[in-house]
Design a protein around this ligand. Structure first.
Ligand code: A2P
Length: 326
């Protein structure tokens, strides 16, 4: 099959390339696209050199079957429909198409079937949302979610290569170019733009995307999203309330047998999820699991994952695997 990556030179695009190499997809031909700035750059795939081309309206004239897009919302808005019209299945990592009712928003551990309803574009959810729903969905199936409170601690790489660079430069004393304030030594409660209701768009994405992926349009959710000076790995404090009561050992057992989840829950020996240990790996780690005694049936979870892998590139490749029947 013919594959393409749009945004191949970016943080997520390069990780998509790596993951495509590591997993067993039928890639016979691979095309790499980025902006004009990167045209002519050479990247390696399975020992072969592939030249990066400028993404343009004729890029998809070559019978490309599957394209992974991570080139920002503007490029997705323009080029994803062009690719789809030419018979290509687009798996889009930007926020551009996620809330369209005819575009499936897919986290394979939760709603793999939705991928097959695609009319050409499948959206990859926001990084903070993916790890949250992987951990929460098995609990939702068993106990019925009533309300979620998300508080996130998000890595610089969630803002792409320029976010990563901003933190590196900030540690050397340079002023920020990407974030609204210096991130080094700081915590910034401002990810994406502010909306009229005082929430940020990142917070709104977590709320709306969780509902869409879980097919739970009325689920009560609130969120506060914060950028912290960590390079890779988003952390989340999740407070979840259920309709049904639960036994704590059973709840931990549900998480232990959930697809894509690794429970790290032995605080006495210092075992709990952390971004440094999650970075470079594929799973969603859950720990600090404890009952919330302030409500009838509630639990607190600490959930960590590599935002560039499971939060973006890996999830997109997993969707491609679904499409290819792998
Ligand atoms: P380039 O490297 O040429 O700027 P990140 O999120 O890590 O910054 O990566 C963004 C990716 O999207 C990069 O590969 C970048 O290419 C690419 N990109 C950004 N804008 C466009 C565009 N208008 N057309 C094609 N690719 C784009």
């Amino acid at each position: 099959m013919k594959f393409a990556i749009a945004g191949a030179t970016g943080m997520v695009g390069r990780t998509m390339l790596k993951i495509l190499e590591q997993r067993n997809l039928p890639v016979d031909e691979l095309f790499l696209f980025a902006s004009a700035r990167s045209a002519g750059q050479v990247l390696s795939f399975k020992g072969k050199e592939v030249e990066v081309e400028e993404l343009d309206v004729s890029s998809f004239d070559r019978g490309i079957d599957i394209a992974l897009f991570s080139a920002g919302a503007a490029a997705s808005k323009k080029y994803a429909p062009i690719a789809a019209a030419k018979g290509c299945t687009v798996i889009d990592n930007s926020s551009c198409w996620r809330m369209y009712s005819d575009v499936p928003l897919v986290t394979p551990e939760v709603n793999a079937k939705d991928a097959f309803l695609s009319k050409g574009i499948i959206a990859n959810p926001n990084c903070s949302t993916i790890q949250a729903v992987v951990a929460l969905y098995p609990l939702h199936l068993k106990y019925g979610l009533k309300r979620i409170v998300y508080s996130t601690y998000q890595a610089a790489s969630g803002a792409g290569a320029s976010g990563h660079r901003d933190l590196e430069n900030g540690l050397k004393g340079f002023a920020p170019a990407k974030f609204p304030h210096q991130l080094a030594g700081n915590a910034i409660p401002h990810i994406d733009v502010f909306l009229e209701d005082g929430y940020t768009k990142e917070e709104e994405k977590m709320i709306n995307e969780t509902r869409k992926i879980m097919h739970a349009p009325d689920l009560k959710i609130t969120a506060t999203c914060v950028r912290i000076p960590v390079f890779t790995g988003h952390s989340e404090s999740i407070n979840a309330e259920f309709y049904k009561g639960f036994d704590m050992d059973e709840l931990v057992g549900v998480l232990k047998s959930a697809k894509g989840v690794v429970v790290q829950n032995d605080p006495a020996s210092g075992l709990y999820p952390m971004p440094l240990s999650a970075a470079g790996t594929d799973d969603v780690y859950v720990g600090r699991i404890r009952r919330d005694a302030s409500v009838e049936s509630g639990v607190n979870l600490w959930v960590v994952a590599d935002n560039v892998r499971k939060g973006a590139a890996l999830n997109a490749v997993q969707i491609a695997e679904l499409i290819c029947g792998r």
